[in-house]
Design a protein around this ligand. Structure first.
Ligand SMILES: *Cc1c(COP(=O)(O)O)cnc(C)c1O
Length: 487
């Protein structure tokens, strides 16, 4: 038997590369990565191609080993040549993020050490780093020191974790779901509706609270709706506010909503996946208030979703849920198994496995901790402020080209459309304009539909986006207008 085991070990030892092999692989991968980053300024933000990434199908998982160079060549040929390039500073659609380089280094070290970030007993350093990050974000939004939360893969899971906590804390058991009421606006991110359904609340009553002309929840109407539902014997329990909607960057009147929730004992959740980190920005609004003041009241909420892979420019894979009542979070998520009895004593730091659906998990905190330690906070603040000003600059300049605009941007998203003078269909014209920009490819913008009307969006949040990219887009629109109107 020993001989057989030794024989098997000969092949299985390949899984531990020699130092020379490690060096060779590192060099090849680093070459790819640096070449990629250096190519971004002159590359495209969007590749409109037929059969995107089809070449991968010719490279099957057939169980055969291949050299690193060959594998990287296949990636290089198929990945950055099709679809959207989220690392590009020309990505001005949806909600960009970017992917600051130290994210990759944090991920690299997390994977090499494979620290167990699920339980404090197993990975005390890893868990402590994650909890310190969560407490840092709690302090940013103004939660007390006793609050905690969880580092999730993104805003969708962060929202889900918050809703499940709210559901259990408010004791919305199956017999109560049909009489329970959730309040939100038509502008909440679609993942909010998805989380409501996945969270077992599909049969709850979901009310769309009307909005003002700037797509912000009308708090006065919210108060009336809640009052009426209570009088009618229903069970209002959750309000979802947005701190920066995806479509227009609008911020709901969080302070007023928080007061209504407090008065009626409702759980107040704020989806700040996009807008939360603008709390770091010191920017004045045209009316003399500040961006920070627009977010006031977020500290009165019960839970918040905030995405470091958006507002802190990290590569995709990190959203956070912050929850004021950590006991409620724990009651909704903890589980103890006998085989983990050795881990029982660790009570110093709460463990992610007791605060989320996950057990074994990627040590995703390191990808955020490393850049924050390396850079300090100032470059992030400056970048966020720059993004607000870039959006305001675009909002001003696009009007000079004759475009109609939506509301003045509260953060770094704005909407605009061109009304063709010849009486032709405006929605159709703007759709063709977006296609024109996407075909050009140097800059990517996306569109939305608000109240049945087609609007083009600008979303500035990639850390690589500067005046150059915004000016480039303005130039492309100018050419686009000429091209489409001369037909
Ligand atoms: C992006 C976004 C989400 C979803 O977050 P993911 O990280 O993509 O899962 C939720 N809400 C808002 C407001 C967003 O902008």
């Amino acid at each position: 038997m020993r001989q057989q085991i030794e024989q098997l070990a000969q092949a299985s030892r390949q899984l531990e590369p020699t130092p020379d092999q490690r060096q060779a692989w590192d060099t090849a991968v680093r070459g790819y990565a640096h070449g990629y980053i250096d190519s971004l300024p002159n590359g495209k933000a969007f590749h409109a191609v037929e059969n995107p990434a089809a070449g991968l199908l010719d490279f099957p998982l057939d169980g055969q080993p291949r050299p690193m160079e060959e594998i990287l060549a296949v990636l290089k040929k198929n990945i950055p040549t099709a679809g959207l390039n989220p690392a590009s500073g020309g990505h001005l659609g949806y909600i960009p993020g970017g992917g600051i380089y130290p994210t990759a280094l944090g991920d690299y070290l997390a994977a090499v050490t494979n620290e167990y970030a699920g339980i404090f007993f197993g990975g005390p350093g890893a868990v402590r780093i994650e909890n310190m990050l969560i407490r840092w974000m709690c302090a940013l939004i103004g939660y007390p020191k006793t609050a905690l939360g969880n580092l999730a893969s993104g805003g969708s899971i962060a929202n889900l974790t918050a809703f499940v906590t709210a559901r259990d804390f408010k004791k919305i058991t199956s017999t109560k779901v049909r009489k329970s009421v959730i309040y939100l606006t038509e502008q909440v991110h679609h993942c909010v509706h998805k989380a409501i359904r996945i969270g077992g609340l599909a049969e709850a009553i979901v009310r769309n609270v009307p909005m003002d002309s700037r797509f912000r929840m009308d708090a006065t109407v919210l108060a009336e709706m809640v009052g009426k539902d209570v009088a009618d014997g229903l069970n209002p329990f959750l309000v979802v506010g947005s701190a920066g909607t995806t479509d227009t960057g609008s911020i709901d009147p969080l302070d007023k909503i928080a007061d209504i929730c407090q008065q009626h004992g409702l759980w107040f959740h704020v989806d700040a996946a996009y807008g939360g980190f603008f709390l770091l920005a010191e920017v004045e609004n045209p009316d003399g208030t500040t961006v920070k003041q627009s977010l006031r009241g977020i500290e009165k909420s019960d839970s918040v979703a905030i995405d470091p892979h958006k507002g802190l420019f990290l590569a995709y894979g990190l959203g956070a849920v912050l929850i004021k009542n950590v006991k409620a979070q724990m009651e909704a998520h903890y589980y103890r198994a006998n085989y983990m009895q050795d881990a029982f004593d660790a009570t110093e730091e709460l463990s992610p496995c007791d605060l989320s659906p996950e057990l074994t998990k990627h040590w995703r905190g390191l990808r955020m901790w490393l850049p924050l330690q390396l850079y300090g906070i100032q470059p992030f603040k400056s970048a966020l402020e720059e993004k607000i000003w870039l959006c305001r600059y675009f909002y001003q300049e696009i009007q000079k080209l004759g475009f109609e605009v939506g509301p003045y941007p509260e953060l770094s998203v704005c909407t605009y459309r061109y009304l063709p003078g010849d009486g032709s269909d405006a929605d159709d014209f703007n759709r063709r304009l977006v296609e024109y920009v996407q075909r050009d490819g140097r800059i990517f913008v996306s569109s939305t539909n608000i109240g049945g009307v087609f609007w083009i969006r600008l979303a500035v949040l990639c850390f690589r986006t500067h005046l150059r990219e915004v000016d480039l887009l303005l130039g492309i629109f100018k050419n686009g207008l000429n091209a489409l109107q001369s037909r």
